[in-house]
Design a binder for this molecule. Sequence first.
Ligand code: GH3
Ligand code: MG
Ligand code: MG
Ligand code: MG
Ligand code: MG
Length: 312
Amino acid sequence: LGWPLSVRELLETLGRTPSADPRNPLRVLLVEDMSSLSGLYAAVLNQHGIHTEEVHRPSEALAAIERFRPDLILMDMHMPECSGQELARIIRQQQLMDGIPILFLTMEKAQGVQLDALSLGVDGYLTKPVSSEELVVTVSTRASRYRKLRSYIATDSLTGLLNHSHLFAQLEYEFARAQRERKPLSMVMLDLDHFKQVNDSYGHQAGDEVLLSLSRFLRERLRRSDLIGRYGGEEFAIAMPGVGSEQALRLMNELRESFARLEHVSPRGRFLQTFSAGLCDTQGVWDVVALVQRADSMLYRAKAAGRNQVVA
Ligand code: GH3
Ligand code: MG
Ligand code: MG
Ligand code: MG
Ligand code: MG
């Protein structure tokens, strides 16, 4: 490689742009008491398609992480309220934020201090003054690697939907937010009808195809802000923040009818597949477990009433 390369050239050489999906750019939280400095970093990152949020006081960092959901935290080591090391330790204790990469920005060249930082579970440091190139390349590679790992861990391998445990983790978060903002949230449990017969008559492969096509169908029809998870085998869970149960019932019935019309094709023949669903909102429900239980009991009613229906 001939030096110096521009950031753009360097990233192209590495075979990717900083955020491959422009609809979902990488997010970086800047925790830095000097606003002029963090403004500068933000401007450089923004220029390369990376979204940033700036926090100038350590005490605001946790709330910002929860709200902004960064893919990486870039943190000053020296701040008036508490040190970067202290804040990093606190962040590492939060389960929801576990594993988020934290990079320190420091003028500290003393090796002892840097080793200290690493032993706290901080991922690395950039020594001030940092060049734009170093900033963008370091931040974008670490942030996108974290995002990739996080999505592997959170994803059901057959359908690409949220898996059981991550569905619950996200649901906790959305439930808390709905309560705090006094907004509705609808919860749906959905189960394919007589699905065992599909496997028996058309083969397990055909069954898998149905699970995939339902997943794709739900992803296409629901909003990006809705959570869609594979709860287990042929059972799916959906949470719709901001949607009340009446609206959710109407929507789920539309989805049910149009999915039921989709023809599935397999080597052993063509067939139709229906689902049943139960739904509820958060009224009178105090936690996520109760929310899911209630939706599940509505699903049970839909099954008992003859299947291919939604009960709220
Ligand atoms: P019901 O209407 O009462 O839900 O009937 P059902 O046959 O759908 O329910 P049951 O619980 O008896 O059977 C669920 C079937 O789902 C059994 C299992 O073979 C199938 N299944 C679960 N996970 C998968 C999967 O990943 N792939 C395939 N092909 N089938 C699956
Ligand atoms: Mg400072
Ligand atoms: Mg079933
Ligand atoms: Mg069953
Ligand atoms: Mg089932």
